[in-house]
Design a protein around this ligand. Structure first.
Ligand SMILES: [Ca+2]
Ligand SMILES: [Ca+2]
Ligand SMILES: [Ca+2]
Length: 187
């Protein structure tokens, strides 16, 4: 079932926050999460949770996605605003496996992509960033799926989730502060 994980994000310029919810096997670790395919939900359930079309996770994979887990980062974003996070991918599957477990990211404004699979187990921390081309409610899903079977698991650590307002917002904030300074001098 869907768990709601309360998370206070430290946001630049005091902008609107983000909420993070999860499905499947997601464990808070420090300031981030470990998303695991160990005790996952069905691919259909993960798709429904993230608002993806039925069969999407099979379609982007190299086989039959079976079970997995995900977080959803939801925020009211302004045009030019950015959501970013760091991620680290590990798997108990062998490198380049037929059981090609994968991690993915879905952007409600911009489709779904594979972040990593068993062919890209390179032991490095990577970053993901999405800059919104228009304002609105944005949901970014980050998940891990087992492929072909469900018994050997994979893991994505996600940390440093950040929502940064558009540069224009920061500029306006700067102008606002400058205006305050002017007002004080006039007072
Ligand atoms: Ca599993
Ligand atoms: Ca499937
Ligand atoms: Ca697996």
């Amino acid at each position: 079932m869907k768990k709601l994980i309360a998370l206070a994000l430290v946001l630049a310029a005091g902008s609107a926050g983000a909420t993070i919810s999860s499905i499947g096997d997601v464990t808070p670790v420090g300031s981030g999460f470990t998303i695991s395919s160990d005790d996952g939900a069905s691919d259909a359930a993960v798709e429904a949770f993230l608002g993806l079309g039925a069969g999407t996770l099979d379609a982007i994979s190299t086989g039959d996605a079976t079970e997995g887990s995900a977080i959803a980062i939801t925020t009211d974003i302004a045009s030019g605003g950015t959501v970013s996070f760091d991620w680290f991918w590990t798997s108990n599957e062998g490198s380049g496996s037929f059981f090609n477990d994968f991690a993915f990211v879905s952007v409600s404004m911009n489709g779904v992509q594979v972040l990593a699979d068993t062919f890209t187990l390179d032991g490095t921390i990577s970053s993901f960033s999405y800059t919104a081309g228009s304002g609105g409610l944005l949901t970014i899903g980050v998940g891990v799926m087992d492929l072909q079977d469900s018994i050997v698991d994979s893991f994505l650590d996600v940390d440093n989730i950040a929502v940064v307002p558009a540069p224009a917002s920061l500029l306006l904030l700067g102008l606002g502060l400058a205006g305050l300074g002017v007002a004080r001098r006039r007072a």
